[in-house]
Each structure stands twice: as C-alpha cells, then as structure tokens.
Design a protein around this ligand. Structure first.
Ligand code: FAD
Length: 386
C-alpha cells in the first residue's frame, strides 16, 4: 500500500484503494487532457484585490506571484467581438492593455449557458465588470513565495471564523463536512506548492520539495484523510444531465469535439459512478427542525470563505484560490440544490465558469491524490497528531 492509508475514507463512500485506483485509471489521464482544451483553459475571474475585511497589506511583490493574462490574439475566435471597442470600453488589468477583455464575449460565445449567480460564493458571477480571462495553462498553481502573516491571516480567518474544527461529537455532520472540504483543499494547495517548488532561485530551478510536502501534509494523517474526502465530492457532482448537453463551443470544431468526447467519457464511465457514488448521503443532510437555518449558516460561512479569497495578497494564489472555491461551491450547489438527485437535473442551471472551475478543481485534487499515492511510500513518514 503506497501511502499506508487503507479502509474506508471517513464519512465517505469508498475506500482509499478505490480512490487511488479510480484516479490512476480513470480520472487523472482524462482530466490532464481535458484541462488543456481551449474550453477549459480560459477562466474568467475578477483579480482585483478587493478585500472586504481588512486593508490591502501589499504583501506580494514577488515575480512568481503575478498572473499572466491572455493577450487578446490568444482567445478562441468565438471569444472575440466582431468590431473593436473604443479603448475606454476595454477592461484592462493593472494598466496592461494586452489583458484587455471584451465584456460582451459571454453572451455571444457561450449560447446555451445560463448566467446565474452561485449562492455559495461571494462574487456576483453575472457581473462581468472587471473580469479578465486567464489562461490557466500559463499560470500553474505552484510555489510563489507568498507566506508569512498575510497568508497566515487568511487561513486563520478561514478556520477560526468560518469552518472551525470542533472536537469530535460536538459538531453536526454538515459542519464536519465543511471543515473537511476546506482542509482537503488546503492540503491540495500545500501539495502543489511542494510539488512545484523553486529549489534554486539563482538558477531558476523548479521541482518537488519532498521535505516540505512531508512537513505540511504527509505527517498529518488528518490532512491526507481530508484530501481523500474532498476528492470524490467532485466526480460525484458531475451530473451528465446538464454537463453533456452543454455547448463546449470555442469556435474551434476539432478541439471542441475533443472536449465533448473527453467529457462524455468522463461522465459515462461506469466504473466512476459505481465505485464512488457520493461522498455522503445528501438526502440525510439539512434534515430536522433546524435544517433550513443550518443550511443558511453553512452557506454564509462558505460565502465568507469565498470573500476571503479577495484578501490574498498574491495574484496567482488569488486566482487559484478563487477558482477552487468556486469549484467547490459549484459542487455544493449541485449536490445540495434540491432534495434528491432526480429533482436536481431538472431545475439546476450551471454557468460556463462554474463548470470550468469544477473540472479544474477536480484536476488539481486528482494531481494531489496522485502525488500522495506516488510519493507517500518514498518519504520517511514520521507521523504527528494534529
Ligand atoms: P499554512 O499552509 O499557511 O497553514 C496555516 C495553518 O493552518 C497551519 O499552521 C496549520 O495549523 C493549519 N493547516 C495547514 N494545513 C492544513 C490542512 N490541510 N487542514 C487543516 N489545517 C491545516 N502559496 C504559494 O506558494 N502558492 C499558492 O498557489 C498559494 N495559494 C494559496 C491560496 C490560498 C487560498 C491561501 C490562503 C494561501 C495560498 N498560498 C499559496 C500560501 C500558502 O497556502 C501558505 O499559507 C504559505 O506557504 C505558508 O505556509 P505555512 O507553512 O505557514 O502553513
């Protein structure tokens, strides 16, 4: 056993071996291809640091922190508008004209996608003002040098105010789920930092830093467990009823066919559905007298976490923080929108950016699980308690 975790993933639907197997055989290879397709590699995001909780502390002046936006000539054809807009109408980011984005793009290029706000996130997804397109392939999530009190303050606020870890027995299942999802995401972010680390600044040499991975994740079994809990949530929320019918149109028929074919293979993979159906029984959640208030409370907490992403003083970390929180929010929106899956498929509407976030989050989690699976046994795992 590669990483010495075995048996059922706590509160989940399948065991560690199954998660690893599904990832290696089904998810990882498909997702790696999928996220490279034009449809999935351009993410629309508001990158301004617009923290609602405290003033910008200007922490991040690091080269590896900044995001490289898309030059206009790089967009898929259908992203573009037929007539050039006057300069004033272009949305530029930090004074860089090449980051200009046509705000009307969405309505034209993504017919068939609804524009609707996600109740789990803070940003109004229907508001295109100040949004920019980022090519995710050019901006990998990795070590940026963002650390110290600024980064610490975000994680502290996430955990202490919005998803506290209660001693066992003192929290309800819904609160435990929120904590585990965030902790699992945190593990995944730490793994990506360690997996793609700046080993030698002078030589600009990047590579895995296994000591860091051990110190931040592997030596805490809970952090590994929470990643294995979070990961199956996303495939479980991939419902073919609305994901297959969606228009994966970027104006490049060949590439779009590839996207559609990969999506179909993913959505209709019998192994995936059978082996890891749902990370928890969503029909049993939010029940009882206080169910509606509890749902409201947890939704508010998650929205606060989403708002905290605007306080991240490092542009690239903010990009991936926002994408992954939107991805998780989308999974929650799908799983918790109505009671029972049947009803969900008829009423639920997803927007393009949510699907992009969901699948890119899934790919990140999949990479993390694979990294743990592959390196877990080669690291001297000196386990400590939380
Ligand atoms: P941190 O990772 O900051 O953890 C703070 C505390 O949280 C720990 O001391 C521990 O008590 C607790 N903790 C740690 N892991 C877990 C877990 N899995 N579950 C529960 N509790 C835990 N830096 C980059 O270099 N690249 C990035 O792309 C990047 N993205 C980020 C995205 C977000 C949303 C945030 C908030 C920060 C990001 N950072 C990124 C910064 C990075 O996450 C760390 O904060 C930074 O590297 C300092 O790490 P640390 O060792 O102090 O511990």
């Amino acid at each position: 056993d590669a990483h010495k975790f075995s048996g059922m993933v706590e509160d989940c639907c399948c065991d560690y071996e199954t998660v690893d197997h599904l990832n290696n055989e089904v998810l990882h290879p498909f997702l790696q291809e999928l996220v490279k397709t034009p449809f999935f590699r351009y993410f629309k995001v508001k990158l301004w640091c617009d923290c609602p909780f405290w003033p910008d502390d200007g922490m991040c002046r690091l080269r590896d922190c900044s995001v490289c936006e898309c030059p206009e000539n790089e967009f898929p054809e259908s992203f573009k508008k037929p007539h050039r807009l006057p300069f004033d109408d272009l949305v530029c980011q930090e004074g860089k004209p090449e980051a200009a984005v046509d705000r009307t793009v969405d309505t034209k290029a993504f017919r068939g996608w609804t524009v609707i706000d996600n109740p789990w996130t803070n940003d109004d997804e229907t508001d295109n003002a100040e949004m920019t397109y980022v090519n995710l392939q050019l901006n990998p999530e990795r070590y940026t040098g963002y650390t110290g009190p600024s980064a610490r303050r975000i994680w502290d606020a996430v955990y202490s105010e919005n998803c506290p870890k209660y001693p066992s027995g003192e929290s309800c299942q819904e609160e435990r789920i929120l904590y585990k999802l965030i902790s699992g995401l945190h593990s995944s972010i730490s793994i990506h930092i360690a997996a793609d680390y700046l080993l030698d600044e002078a030589k600009n040499l990047w590579g895995p830093n296994l000591t860091l991975m051990h110190d931040r994740v592997l030596k805490y079994p809970d952090r590994v467990r929470n990643l294995y809990f979070t990961f199956p949530l996303c495939p479980a929320s991939c419902d073919e009823n609305y994901l297959e019918q969606a228009e994966y149109d970027t104006g490049n028929p060949n590439k779009d066919l590839t996207t559609q074919s990969l999506m179909r293979q993913l959505l209709y993979n019998p192994k995936l559905q059978a082996a890891c159906p749902l990370p928890f029984d969503e029909a049993k959640l939010w029940k009882g007298q206080s169910g509606p208030e509890l749902k409201q409370k947890i939704q508010n907490q998650f929205r606060n976490i989403s708002a905290l992403m605007d306080c991240i003083g490092c542009e690239k970390c903010r990009l991936w923080g926002k994408l992954q929180v939107l991805g998780l929010g989308t999974a929650l929106k799908i799983l918790f929108s109505v009671d029972g899956k049947e009803a969900v498929s008829h009423t639920l509407q997803l927007q393009r950016n949510e699907v992009i976030a969901l699948l890119n989050l899934l790919n990140r989690l999949s990479e993390s699980v694979r990294f743990i699976h592959e390196t877990g046994s080669s690291v001297d795992t000196n386990i400590e308690g939380e």
